[in-house]
Design a protein around this ligand. Structure first.
Ligand code: TYD
Length: 141
């Protein structure tokens, strides 16, 4: 188990030719990747997310634009800003996330530790608070 944290990705290139950034499973990020998806054409000011995951781990990055992620453990909220293509946020299970689009055209990419299943989502905040208070995450992998 790790904690939520921003990582600075390796960057290859120069101002003349541009840059390439990357991450590898079990290297820059602490889990294997089974799924990649992305969100785009989101109007500025829109809030997405508004859920928590029971088991899923994710790394998210913003190849273009500026996106704020607020992670909530049921007691404390912490804000992370993805405003550079070589920044990524590693997110562990058990945090409610609110995601705000700050700049037109921003793209949010997500690499996830497992395939999609709606059963892994908690979409009701009161249910999340109950789950967090009972520390249900601790009994799971
Ligand atoms: P959701 O994870 O709620 O997106 P966001 O946090 O950006 O608002 O997913 C939005 C919709 O897409 C929801 O109806 C579930 C569906 N979906 C899939 O079918 N497969 C997937 O892999 C993901 C991530 C979402």
């Amino acid at each position: 188990m790790t904690t939520n944290h921003i990582i600075t990705l390796p960057q290859h290139g120069s101002p003349e030719i541009g840059y390439l950034s990357l991450f590898e499973e079990n290297n820059q990020i602490p889990f294997g990747i089974k799924r990649i998806y992305y969100t785009y054409d989101v109007p500025v000011g829109v809030k997405r997310g508004m859920h928590a995951h029971k088991k899923l781990q994710q790394v998210i990055w913003c190849p273009y634009g500026s996106i704020e992620i607020i992670l909530d453990d049921g007691t404390t909220k912490t804000s992370y800003l993805l405003d550079s293509p070589n920044k990524a946020l590693v997110m562990i299970k058990g945090y409610w996330r609110d995601i705000y689009w700050k700049k037109e055209g921003s793209v949010l990419c997500i690499a996830a530790s497992d395939l999609y299943t709606e059963d892994d989502y908690i979409r009701d905040y009161d249910e999340f608070i109950k789950y967090a208070r009972e520390e249900c995450w601790k009994d799971e992998d």
